[in-house]
Write a new protein. Structure first.
Length: 295
């Protein structure tokens, strides 16, 4: 399958009792479909997978696949900290109906050679296409382009790189990888138009701006850069506000998403930043400016 386009990473919303809210996933998926997203992704950094138990992570995969109901491809991030658990989670995602996987490196940091061996072992256990979450800016470790190509040579189903880097850095990675691997970027869509100029095949932003993200993607593919820049300007204040780091994204990006989706804001699952009254007021203003997301 061709993997490209806009794949919003779904947030995990929690109720006051600490439970994950399934209906919030259903609503996010409905918005992604209505906005013309190319697919949806789950269990990444924005899904707070590091705070979820194994049962919760697998349940979320099953919920997302069931709610998507074949309308869009589903990407699942594999976040376990060791090879046996990563293989088990990859196989569970494949059995549940995921379309491709994003392999996240374990922590503490490992050498490039160790990461190549680890990712190759996991990718060999699944028939699904695999991406590597190559985000040293957030995770503290990653692979060089040469190491990514070595991994691809070992396991050709590892053919996508999911970055979290500046567009200039992503452009250099794309040039180094050539035609052997494709690249998607995240960072909530920061430098969105320049990412497409750099050669990304798609983006993995948050759901809070998915409508405009898809509109920018379509305009850039059609060669209408003026239209793309106009739409990007509408969401840039929101992206700049939430993309100060993972904490603000999970605190205020998720709050903006809740307001635009028309659902109750999420309770916090600690460890988590505590929102300020000023931050909530600004998030509310930004959500109101963008308006509701369709269902």
């Amino acid at each position: 399958m061709d993997i490209n386009g806009t794949y919003p990473m779904l947030y995990a919303f929690f109720d006051e009792g600490g439970e994950v809210r399934r209906a919030a996933f259903t609503r996010q998926i409905a918005a992604a479909v209505a906005c013309g997203a190319s697919g949806v992704a789950c269990l990444g950094l924005a899904t707070e997978a590091h705070k979820l138990g194994l049962f919760e992570r697998r349940l979320i995969v099953e919920w997302v696949v069931a709610d998507v109901a074949g309308r869009l491809p589903v990407a699942v991030t594999i976040t376990d900290g060791n090879v046996p658990d990563m293989i088990a989670s990859a196989r569970h995602a494949e059995t549940a109906g995921a379309d491709w996987l994003i392999l996240q490196p374990p922590r503490p940091p490992a050498s490039g050679a160790d990461l190549i061996s680890l990712f190759a072992a996991v990718a060999a256990a699944t028939s699904l296409p695999c991406a590597i979450q190559n985000a040293p800016e957030f995770l503290g470790l990653g692979l060089t382009p040469n190491e990514l190509l070595a991994l691809n040579a070992l396991q050709p189903n590892v053919r996508i790189v999911k970055g979290e880097a500046a567009a200039t850095v992503i452009g250099q990675v794309i040039q180094a990888l050539g035609s052997r691997m494709t690249v998607m970027n995240g960072r909530a869509g920061l430098e969105l138009t320049d990412n497409y100029r750099a050669g990304v095949v798609g983006m993995i932003p948050g759901i809070e701006t998915v409508d405009r993200q898809v509109a920018v993607e379509r305009a850039m593919r059609a060669g209408d850069e003026a239209r793309a820049e106009k739409v990007y300007a509408e969401i840039l204040p929101t992206i700049a506000f939430v993309m100060q780091g993972l904490g603000p994204l999970l605190t205020y990006g998720k709050h903006i998403a809740a307001l635009r989706l028309g659902i109750a804001p999420s309770a916090r699952r600690i460890p988590a930043d505590t929102p300020t009254a000023q931050g909530i007021a600004w998030a509310t203003r930004l959500a109101a400016t963008l308006g509701p997301l369709p269902a």
